[in-house]
Design a protein around this ligand. Structure first.
Ligand code: KG4
Ligand code: ZN
Length: 344
């Protein structure tokens, strides 16, 4: 008899489910994007995201159960769902669905921390444990550094004090007239630009006394390069194709320089020998190249999640097996935790 885990992910704007075996084999995985729902607003509209999850969650769960030919009552060891951090309405849909399935099939519930799951994506391609490590989550909602002793024994070391790096990519992409989500489109445009063409700030990067980061000033600096200092109106602005590409390349390089500077300080401070990086922005090719150079310089092992496991998915919910193996199940009374918990 197979022992399987059903994992659900609805923290932001992807509705995802997966079926994962105890030895971390992925038998089925599905992600329903909401790109067309949010595109015209140039960003995620929380209420629309929650409603879209509501429409997608049952078909997505059915899809993975069918694909892996699961007999839920007999084969599921537990049902796991990301309960923190994320958009409240989106989290609620996933948790309500998971609870309902637990009751229907008489299965235990496991709660997943979405940020920890992003780092756990690094474990999925490795036989050996990736812990302890320095964990760096770079996504649309987070830019956080952690000392990770094990999959769920973590210490927060620092993070953004304003925008997340992915959010900055998305907002600069809007300024350059690119579609949502902006990260992939911006990095593609950057390939035709010169990263040194436009001088942009690297906020907080030179301050080696803190592991905190900031991306909103960099985003504003790009805005001023486009419309002029202090101005807001984009309507009269015509950018030449070369200047657009140069802005994309210069922004991308500046944002990545900030991240690399903090990873460097964190490795030096913690003396951890392994760096694990996950989250949507970790799919960025220039970032991956620069991280590899840093790891080489610092003589540490670098593990970056596979590109398709960087953006939100339910496969990284395999982290829930760690709790199942300790019988650390959640009560059906458990609630969502939308905010990022820095201390436990
Ligand atoms: O991890 P994720 O799917 O969702 C959150 O947990 O936030 O990350 C989404 C973010 C978006 O901001 C998106 O623009 C960014 O990841 N992203 C990228 C790339 N691919 C996705 N940013 C830069 N370069 C990429 N190739
Ligand atoms: Zn995420």
């Amino acid at each position: 008899m197979r022992r399987l885990l059903l994992t659900l992910e609805t923290t932001c704007d992807e509705t995802a489910a997966a079926i994962i075996t105890q030895d971390r084999q992925v038998l089925a995985s599905a992600v329903a994007s909401q790109q067309e729902v949010h595109d015209r607003f140039h960003g995620v509209v929380p209420e629309l995201a929650a409603r879209a999850h509501l429409e997608r969650i049952v078909p997505i769960v059915s899809q993975v159960l069918d694909e892996a030919q699961v007999k839920p009552r007999e084969e599921l060891a537990a049902i796991a769902v990301a309960t923190e951090p994320g958009l409240p309405g989106s989290l609620l849909v996933g948790l309500a669905a998971a609870k309902a399935l637990c009751v229907a099939w008489d299965k235990p519930l496991v709660n997943i921390n979405h940020v920890q799951a992003h780092i756990y994506a690094c474990q999925l391609t490795r036989e050996q444990t990736v812990f302890p490590c320095l964990g760096f989550v770079l996504s649309g909602g987070h830019s956080n550094l952690y000392r990770c002793q094990s999959a769920d024994d973590w210490q927060y070391l620092g993070g953004t004090i304003d925008d997340a790096i992915g959010e900055a990519f998305d907002k600069v992409a809007v300024m350059l007239g690119l579609p949502y989500p902006g990260g992939p489109a911006l990095s593609k445009l950057a390939e035709q630009g010169d990263p040194n063409a436009i001088e942009l700030p690297r906020p907080m990067a030179a301050d080696r006394t803190t592991l905190n980061m900031s991306f909103s000033g960099l985003k504003t600096a790009v805005r001023y390069q486009i419309v002029g200092t202090g101005k807001q109106d984009f309507s009269a602005v015509e950018l030449s194709p070369q200047r657009r590409a140069d802005l994309a390349a210069s922004f991308q390089k500046a944002a990545i320089d900030c991240v690399i500077a903090k990873a460097d300080v964190a490795l030096k401070q913690t003396k951890l020998q392994r760096l694990c990086v996950g989250g949507g922005v970790a799919a960025n090719q220039l970032l991956r190249t620069e991280l590899a150079k840093l790891a080489e310089r610092r003589k540490v092992e670098l593990i970056i999640a596979e590109p398709e496991l960087c953006t939100d998915n339910a496969v990284m919910g395999a982290i829930a097996w760690e709790k199942v193996s300790r019988n650390a199940f959640a009560s059906l009374e458990i609630d969502i935790q939308p905010g990022l918990q820095r201390q436990r």
